[in-house]
Ligand binder design. Structure first.
Ligand code: MN3
Length: 198
């Protein structure tokens, strides 16, 4: 049985960038729903007892219920940890060097990441991927996740940005670009650095 992970901060901790009402419904509504859906979808199947990573990397595109709910479970679990009320600013250390190397500069990375978010039509995610030390940006539709073999993103996601309207609509309405700018004010770069060095 998968359990909804606790938020590592209070619901209002990311104010004013991400509002309390959005965080509550996103965590207690959406993420709980994906968690319940995942548990229901794997019950009585050979996936029961497997890790979420094993499940996501093993399913096929036709496993719709696990694809949508398992992706939603993993994606949001990562998303909460890569935000922090002490977030924002820029990464340091090896990650900062890798971003400069692979994107030219932090500002160039931020511009490309925002562009990928604005370019995702409908619902989905934008990922900063680590492929054997090399960084690149990948985007997936709906709740697809880079670990899925058919997602087209090689490597491990170390940062994920939710661009579903439920992540920003209450505060930012249709202005996804404003949400992305605000998201950059709460990115927990020290966690992303740990994910990169893991
Ligand atoms: Mn979401």
């Amino acid at each position: 049985m998968f359990k909804l992970p606790d938020l590592p901060y209070a619901y209002d901790a990311l104010e004013p960038y991400i509002d309390e009402a959005t965080m509550r419904v996103h965590h207690l509504g959406h993420h709980q729903g994906y968690t319940n859906g995942l548990n229901a979808a794997i019950q009585g199947t050979s996936w029961e007892g497997k890790t979420i990573e094993e499940i996501l990397s093993g399913i096929s595109p036709e496993d719709t219920a696990i694809r949508n709910n398992g992706g939603g479970f993993y994606n949001h679990r990562l998303y909460w940890t890569i935000m922090s009320p002490q977030g924002g600013g820029k990464p340091q250390g090896a990650l900062a060097q890798a971003i400069d190397r692979d994107f030219g500069s932090f500002d160039a990375f931020r511009e490309q990441f925002k562009k990928a978010g604005l370019g995702r039509f409908g619902s989905g995610w934008v990922w900063l991927m680590n492929d054997g030390g090399k960084l690149y940006i990948c985007s997936t539709p709906n709740q697809d996740n880079p670990l899925m073999s058919f997602a087209g993103c090689k490597g491990t996601p170390i940062l994920g940005m939710d661009v579903w309207e439920h992540a920003y609509y209450l505060k930012h309405q249709n202005k996804r670009g404003n949400y992305i700018d605000d998201f950059f004010n709460v990115i927990n770069w020290s966690q992303v650095e740990k994910n990169y060095e893991a």
